[in-house]
Ligand binder design. Structure first.
Ligand SMILES: *Cc1c(COP(=O)(O)O)cnc(C)c1O
Length: 331
């Protein structure tokens, strides 16, 4: 199977904002867009995106997971970047129409159709470093994806970074391109230096998240993860996992977690740690690396609670259990 996100459906849904309003949605070829080389996004990073998935159920229906939450987050990201605000209704229609068009291509579980709404500032104006783009383009790309864990589940190695941040503190909750560019050098350095898979950003000892996933510590019946603030991305998988954990009677503690407390609790034999995000749902963390020392998390292998929570979320997505929180939209 090709690398995650490298295969695209041939068409996408697209609308543009001309300074006054949004154009009627068009279905266009997905292999190219036309942009002026001076487009605002190419110089001043006026861009945000979303990532959500559609799933095929046994009855043949196609169901999109938590579309409303992703649309709300995209509108929020656009607003915080001073991009024109998309219409929730139009974005919903765009997502549904393009998924319907390629319904036959939605893979069977554990595969899915990954949906990538993207919003960019298009005004050709390189003098606008300190002004917003008055025009923009919003499109919805589709990419069929296979089993994230097809190579087996391998617990990750995370390097704890206490000096740097993933991105500027006020940008953390925006799903915006510049934040990933900002995190790239620390990640590449950590891979080379200690063979880490990801960097867990912990500015001044405050455990936040990795480059593209939220972090959860599981200690017995309790899940501990940072409470929402502007410094990190408000993951919809994070929210879904915490909701299912509460349903199961677990204690959910959304609060600050220091590196010291993390290392102390993670080393208990039954502790678990995991990363949450749309691509993989939950990925176990086996090793934390801090100041040249390696700390095994619990057994070092995937723990039973991580496995149980991921299975519970997959069961909703795949239509194997009742959708009690109304998370699915049938297209
Ligand atoms: C997308 C993303 C997440 C996970 O968000 P989900 O809504 O769960 O997919 C977490 N952190 C960052 C930085 C992200 O970009």
């Amino acid at each position: 199977m090709a690398a995650f996100g490298s295969v695209f459906m041939p068409e996408m849904a697209l609308t543009t904002f001309d300074g006054n309003g949004w154009s009627a949605t068009e279905i266009v070829d997905a292999d190219a867009i036309s942009l002026h080389p001076g487009a605002h996004v190419l110089h001043y990073a006026s861009t945000c995106f979303e990532g959500l998935k559609a799933f095929r159920h046994d009855d043949g229906s196609i169901n999109i997971f938590r579309m409303d939450a992703n649309i709300a987050r995209m509108i929020q990201s656009s607003r915080l970047l001073s991009l024109p605000e998309p219409s929730a209704q139009q974005l919903e229609e765009m997502i549904i129409s393009i998924v319907k068009r390629f319904a036959a291509d939605v893979p069977e579980p554990p595969g899915s159709m990954y949906i990538r709404p993207t919003h960019i500032g298009t005004e050709p104006a390189i003098g606008k470093a300190a002004n917003p783009s008055l025009t923009s383009m919003l499109y919805v790309l589709l990419s069929p994806v296979g089993d994230y864990f097809s190579g087996g589940i391998r617990p990750l190695r995370l390097l704890l970074e206490q000096n740097g941040s993933r991105c500027a503190a006020h940008m953390g909750m925006i799903k915006s391109g510049g934040n990933y560019a900002s995190a790239l050098q620390p990640i590449l350095t950590a891979r080379k230096a200690v063979n880490a898979d990801q960097v867990l950003f912990c500015p001044d000892g405050d455990v936040q998240e990795t480059g593209a996933a939220n972090f959860l510590l599981i200690d017995g019946n309790e899940i501990i993860t940072k409470a929402l603030d502007s410094t990190f991305l408000h993951g919809i998988t994070r929210n879904s996992i915490l909701t299912l954990a509460r349903d199961m009677g677990m204690t959910v503690s959304e609060r600050n977690l220091s590196v010291d407390e993390l290392l102390e609790r993670a080393s208990k034999p039954h502790s678990e740690a995991a990363l949450s995000g749309t691509a993989a749902v939950l990925t176990p963390v086996g090793t934390l690396i801090e100041d040249g020392k390696e700390y095994q998390v619990g057994s070092g292998e995937q723990g039973p609670t991580t496995e149980k929570l991921r299975a519970a979320l997959n069961a909703v997505q795949w239509g194997k259990t009742p959708d009690t929180h109304d998370w699915l939209t049938r297209v």
